[in-house]
Every structure is written in C-alpha cells, then in structure tokens.
Design a protein around this ligand. Structure first.
Ligand code: SF4
Length: 437
C-alpha cells in the first residue's frame, strides 16, 4: 500500500493513478491508465503502423487417404469441384478483408495447407494467389509456404510455383517415412525412390524444402526409423520436421487398433527413435529452431508458425481452417459442402470460436512460445505485465533440477532432454499459470 503524507507525494501518487490512504475520499478522479506520465513519445509513422497479418488457406483435396490421418479430406475430386472450392476461398477472402478492414495490414506470411495443396492445378493456385495479391496493399518479402505430397510433385508443377502472383518460397512435403517396409502400412502411393526423386524436383525450384517424418508409425522399428532418418539427412533438404504419431478417433489406425489388427510402437520405443534422430541430426549439423524441426546450421526457420506462436493474427480461409483476429480465435466449418454453401450465400462459415482472456493469452504465450526452445522472459513481461519467473518459480526450479531447461539471465532454454520431450516443458508452465485462478 502506498502511504501518502506530503502534498508532493500526494501529487506523484495521483499522477500514477492511485491514492491509497484517503479512505472514503472522492479525491483523485481517474481519467486514464496507465497515466500519461508513463507514456513514451511516438512518431507519426509508428502511430499509424498496422498490425501484421498472416494468411492460412486450407485446401482439403488428397490423392490418397493415409491410414494414420485424421483430417477430413476429399479424395478423387474432379476439376470442377476444385474450381468451385477455389472460387469460394477467393470470395471468403474478399468478404473478410472488407469485414475486418484488413486491406492495409502488412502480410508477413502465407501458408497453403491441407490436404494436398499441390494437387490443385496451376490455374486454381493462381486464382487464389492473385486474389490475395489484389486485396492487400502490402505484401513485401512475405514467406509463402505450400504443403505438398511427393506423389504430386512434378517438374511442371514446381516450375509453376515461381510463376504465381506471389512466388512460393518454401515447400513442405509430407514424407512420413523413407523406409519402404513402413510405407506399405500407410496406404500411401509412395516408395522411398519415388519420394527422393520428388524431393529433388522440389529442391530444383530454389525454394526452401522441408520434409515431415512421423516417428512411431505402424511397421516402425529402431532399424526402419534409423534408415528413414539417415535417408532424410542424405537428401540435403534445408529442413526436417518430426511429428510423433498420435492416434485420433476418425483414422484408419484407430479403427484397426480397436479390432486388435494393428501394432504401434509404444511411447518408450518412440522415445528411443527420437533420441536417435536428435543425435543423427546434431552430427549432420541439423539444429533445432523449434522442438520438432531441425534445419541446416539452425537456419531457415519457418516464420509462419513463429509469428502465430508470438501472438500475431492469422486469417483462416477454407473449410476447417483455424484463425485468430484480435482476441478472437475461430474455425470454419469442417463440413466442406456446408462451408461452400455458406460462402456462396455471402455468409461467413465460422463454426466455433473462443474469445481469449488475459489468462489465456499468458498460457498461450508460454505453451506456444516454448516450442521455439528459447523463451524471452522480458518479452513475456512486456506482453503480460508479469514476470514468469515469479509466477512460476517452483516450476522453473523443478524443470531445472530434472534437466529439462536452463535459466540464463533473461532466457529460459530447453536442454536436449527438454527438446526430446516436445511440449512437456510448455505444458508445465501452462498448467501452473492456469492454476493461478
Ligand atoms: S496425411 Fe496428407 S496426404 Fe495423407 S490423407 Fe492426410 S492430408 Fe492427405
């Protein structure tokens, strides 16, 4: 409690906005908070600066239905169906730009995810990309990522990426495994030879190439996993991402597990796979910029998720797409036909949402921010007004003792053990912040 005795102290306390010893007094009318004496000077351009925006476009078409996949995908679509979908995405974009007054917000990253965006024809990709180009005033050096399956990665398609209204800068390929014994369990149309050829084609585009692997797939053993990781490193791609296989209710895996018709490596086995991967990546100088992606010399970070993890807005377009505008999280309908009909009728197809509370923002900042393996405590204090090391002193102490993190001045850093355990560290902080009330 501030005790005010002299008139000078009274004036200072009043300027800060609080006078706490005048119980029952009407003195000290609050006009603003924080008081203007705590504000910094601001130039005209700073004042008019618009918040950055990122764009996520969901393209749900696939050439296959992989056994582990839980996404609602459309396989066997014809050209007319994809044309209709591309039109709807363009219409949704124009509606959103007008509704949220987005036109002058600088576009920092664009992500075409799926599904298999590279299944679309060049004209369809161009239609969407040109609409983005036409509806925003500032798209400078924006990162543009397209997800693609190896089976769709032809030379012609890859050459088309550079000719789009905004050139593709990053290609992310869902490889999952480079071991043919494992691939045959996944209902994929791949072989490791075909995939390696597709990776070479993608690399010829000059874009940064990332390949995704999944650890603990059906058929995996330490031997198959080693084979897959070693082959992935030999491709020379800039970036390798590893996702742990998880089983979701609407996947073929789930149905087969229920019938006892499938065996998956357990968590302990999968951990040994990941231990091997961390060591192999380190020896090849693939370093983690986040807890599941390893890049040559730690370069080539993927800016789209980094921006989202730092709390920037992202506009969702397409069925199932997730987004955030201001404090509002939302997701479009995951029923493609419903999505199309609503957009064609000139209505947004939002299906659910959540307004972020102050506590949500703090939890989200740590949960998502810790994925980057390093966490800036000053930035958290600027964002939230609180010191994480005070709010979560016991968590920090335990995680340090258990070897998951180190605390170096202003920064929490995940150790190799912390990285090995993925989101574990972030979740400990998230839980402690939620328990604050
Ligand atoms: S894993 Fe990729 S290619 Fe396979 S069904 Fe899912 S989205 Fe389609």
């Amino acid at each position: 409690m501030t005790v005010v005795s002299t008139s000078r102290e009274l004036e200072l306390a009043s300027r800060r906005g609080f006078i706490t010893n005048l119980e029952g007094s009407r003195r000290g009318f609050i006009t603003n908070y924080p008081n203007v004496t705590q504000w910094a000077g601001m130039s005209d351009p700073e004042m008019r600066e618009r918040d950055p925006l990122n764009i996520y476009v969901h393209l749900p078409f696939c050439a296959q239905q992989c056994s582990y996949c839980y996404y609602r995908v459309i396989s066997g679509a014809r050209k007319a169906e994809m044309d209709r979908y591309a039109e709807a995405v363009c219409k949704e974009l124009v509606m959103a730009v007008q509704h949220y007054h987005l036109q002058d917000r600088p576009i920092k990253s664009i992500y075409y995810g799926g599904g298999t965006p590279t299944l679309l024809q060049k004209e369809q990709l161009q239609r969407i990309t040109q609409t983005i180009r036409d509806n925003f005033s500032t798209i400078v050096a924006a990162e543009f990522t397209i997800e693609g399956e190896p089976v769709t990665m032809t030379q012609k398609k890859v050459e088309a990426f550079a000719e789009l209204a905004i050139p593709v800068t990053r290609i992310s390929m869902g490889v999952q495994s480079l071991d043919d014994y494992v691939v045959q369990f996944q209902q994929r149309k791949d072989t490791s030879d075909k995939v390696i050829k597709a990776i070479e084609i993608a690399r010829s585009s000059g874009a940064v190439v990332n390949i995704d692997l999944m650890s603990g797939l059906a058929g995996d053993s330490l031997e198959t996993w080693k084979n897959s990781v070693n082959k992935a490193i030999q491709t020379g791609v800039e970036s390798i991402t590893v996702y742990k296989t998880e089983v979701y209710a609407n996947s073929q895996y789930y149905r087969e597990l229920r019938k006892n018709a499938l065996h998956l490596p357990d968590d302990a086995e999968e951990l040994t796979y990941m231990e091997y991967a961390l060591e192999a990546f380190a020896q090849a100088n693939y370093l983690p910029w986040c807890s599941f992606t390893f890049t040559k010399d730690g370069q080539f970070p993927h800016h789209h998720p980094i921006r989202i993890w730092h709390g920037e807005d992202y506009l969702p377009l397409g069925t199932s797409a997730f987004g955030k505008i201001g404090d509002q999280l939302f997701q479009n309908s995951n029923d493609p036909e419903k999505y199309l009909q609503m957009i064609e009728a000139g209505r947004f197809a939002v299906h659910r949402g959540h307004k972020l509370t102050c506590q949500d923002k703090m939890v989200r900042a740590v949960l998502l921010g810790m994925k980057l393996t390093r966490f800036d405590l000053d930035q958290f204090a600027v964002m939230s007004g609180y010191r994480l090391e005070k709010l979560c002193a016991a968590v920090i102490e335990t995680l340090q003792e258990d070897g998951f993190i180190t605390l170096n001045g202003n920064e929490l850093a995940m150790t190799r053990k912390g990285i090995l355990h993925g989101d574990y560290v972030g979740k400990q902080f998230g839980r402690a912040l939620q328990e604050l009330g």
